[in-house]
Design a protein around this ligand. Sequence first.
Ligand SMILES: Nc1nc2c(c(=O)[nH]1)N[C@H]1C(S)=C(S)[C@@H](COP(=O)(O)OP(=O)(O)OC[C@H]3O[C@@H](n4cnc5c(=O)[nH]c(N)nc54)[C@H](O)[C@@H]3O)O[C@H]1N2
Ligand SMILES: Nc1nc2c(c(=O)[nH]1)N[C@H]1C(S)=C(S)[C@@H](COP(=O)(O)OP(=O)(O)OC[C@H]3O[C@@H](n4cnc5c(=O)[nH]c(N)nc54)[C@H](O)[C@@H]3O)O[C@H]1N2
Ligand code: SF4
Ligand SMILES: [Mo]
Length: 704
Amino acid sequence: MTTTTDTHCPYCSLQCGMRLEAPHGAGARVAERPGFPVNRGALCGKGQSAGELLAPASRLSTPLVRERGALRAAGWDEALDRVAEGFAAIGAEHGADAVGVFGGGGLTNEKAYQLGKFARIVLGTATIDYNGRFCMSSAAAGNRIAFGLDRGLPFPLEDIARTECLILVGGNPAETMPPALRYFRELRENGGTLIVVDPRRTRTAQQADIHLQPLPGGDLALALGLLHVLIADRLVDTEFVRTRTTGFERARSEAMAHWPERVEALTGVTAGHIREVAHLFGRARTGMVLTARGPEQHSKGTDTVGAWINVCLAAGKAGRLRSGYGCLTGQGNGQGGREHGQKADQLPGYRSIEDPAAREHVAGVWGVAPDSLPRSGRSAYELLDSLGRTGPDGVRALLVMGSNPVVSAPRAAQVTRRLRSLDLLVVSDLVLSETAQLADVVLPSAQWAEETGTMTNLEGRVILRQKAVEPPAGVRTDLWVLRELAARLGVDRGFPDDPETVFEELRRASAGGQADYAGISYARIRAEEGVFWPCPAADHPGTPRLFLEAFATPDGRARFAAVTDRPSAEVPDADYPLHLTTGRVLPQYQSGAQTRRVDALNAAAPGPFVELHPLLARRLAVADGDLLAVTSRRGRAVAPARITDTIRPDTVFMPFHWPGTGRANTLTNPALDPTSKMPEFKNCAVRVEPARDAAAGPGAGVRP
Ligand SMILES: Nc1nc2c(c(=O)[nH]1)N[C@H]1C(S)=C(S)[C@@H](COP(=O)(O)OP(=O)(O)OC[C@H]3O[C@@H](n4cnc5c(=O)[nH]c(N)nc54)[C@H](O)[C@@H]3O)O[C@H]1N2
Ligand SMILES: Nc1nc2c(c(=O)[nH]1)N[C@H]1C(S)=C(S)[C@@H](COP(=O)(O)OP(=O)(O)OC[C@H]3O[C@@H](n4cnc5c(=O)[nH]c(N)nc54)[C@H](O)[C@@H]3O)O[C@H]1N2
Ligand code: SF4
Ligand SMILES: [Mo]
């Protein structure tokens, strides 16, 4: 007998609907689920092959503990006792904040909520953050400053197809969210204009009407230049600015110093193009600006997002049907993962941990005294950089759940050294990731189709991943692990391992907060193909479109950001003359912990590479496939050359999905944005030369 279950993809923030067919006693097969509105049956290659993730061959099937330097199999009691005793001893000796937690934006809402609660009331630590800090934090900060609320898209994806002019800044959905590309195609079929801003002529840029190709880090200046033209050429929607915004004058004076010819010199985008795009956007009746990681992963990411929102506001393209600013979120639960309390400064419902009323509400739901809740902790990179250090700020023990920072963190060699210097590293994962390989205790977790839980996609739509198959014998869920650890640490209530019970509590904890889930239930999600937050009551329809009447600021008006341009933290010089930017390829996902274990995906993208322009290749006297050494102030990586004229000659690009000698994050700069604490993944200075060391083959150290 075959069971059929409607569920969602294990990977990105589109959370495509899929159907899993599980013949009794055999592996599961992914099938189409045409009824789900976001992807209408379409899946990318990662989604299509996701059934392979469930195969036991590459999975962890038993806890592991480190003994005399090596990991060995252990029973659950031994592993959990070791974790609980270690956390208790380190907390007692060094203080509660010396025990840290590092979560992930791929965790379900239930797991993220329970992990935040575990940190605050079982460990009593302020030291918790998560990989979403590396992902969406600059857009989140920009959204909150301008609109008073942070939801990736303030409208459903389908609205994209019906706007007149869309500027996509630094996103490559043709590789990162292929089924969403349909909406951009429909936009053009409906007569709309698609403008893409990217230092590379990506597969997405190739489908645009206009492609602007700025230097990495040029987006802030470019947005100021567009605002300049809107003002100088009288394209500002003065009525909108007067009635629905504040702060225009300051934004205006900064933009006036960025005339198109000056911006051309700063970014490489011609003054003619700047004028053309400003006119197209300004004159269109409806328009959108979407950003993704390209402009956001910078030490000026928050201001850059602010500058693009300013363009929307000046043109009157916000808070109206088919108009607005949006951010394409990234991880499966990149949105929900930051709403329920695994971010250093947040409590469930997108509440601030420093707000007395928020503390009182959440403490009430948790049955603890508000004063007992820790204050805000440090951001992801700051947390990783404090690992193993002695002194009052040092973190001595860490629980990692849902991230693989050995591959994905900036300045990764240093982060790896810090992880190694911990007294106790505990990693919960499905597979023996590069980070799990360093752990003292590894806890094998159930995943995706083996457990039920909600996720919140890039539109703010809360969806339900339903359990389709049993986890392998010996594997437990993260919720069960948190329950067992809490009990061993003296808290035997409040940590149920049934996801729906956790969700019912999450509803209450979020009630009255910005991300209000109080009216959402598993039954409603099943019946309605997802529910958009905020949804404060069971009879509330949910909120697919935000801001149509008012923005979420105290006075209901959107705020222009006061931003000035500044250089990236590192700019090319004689020693490091080129820009390095980093990103993704279609077949691999993130640190690759999952996709590097799927044969078809590995065949399509077997290893790292360095993308460079033919002019640069000629100057370096290298041919396609030759090994290149890329050196930054942090370290050196080696990978084969991929020569293409789709990239700027002054910039090289590396995907970050692989560990080993070709690891892009050996090179990246951990300079942080002052507001969002986002590291500068998208721009650092490097030197590129032919690699003389034959030892580092193209795939060296790549396979798991
Ligand atoms: N196949 C695949 N899909 C994924 C993921 C994956 O790992 N693999 N990860 C998911 C996650 S978590 C995320 S966050 C999203 C990310 O989705 P995207 O943001 O679309 O992905 P990236 O490749 O990181 O960056 C997008 C583009 O930014 C460009 N870029 C680089 N520097 C700059 C710059 O300074 N300015 C501008 N304007 N552009 C720049 C790059 O050339 C790249 O084409 O993808 C999600 N989907
Ligand atoms: N150079 C460079 N670096 C980057 C970026 C970039 O553009 N350039 N992008 C950044 C971005 S946007 C992101 S989002 C990060 C992501 O980077 P990571 O945080 O490393 O993300 P993943 O590789 O998805 O790691 C998730 C891990 O959790 C495991 N896992 C999955 N589901 C579960 C679960 O339910 N429970 C448990 N216990 N484990 C689970 C997976 O097997 C995997 O090992 O990388 C960042 N790093
Ligand atoms: S686009 Fe994202 S959610 Fe959809 S199938 Fe691909 S990886 Fe999965
Ligand atoms: Mo991300």
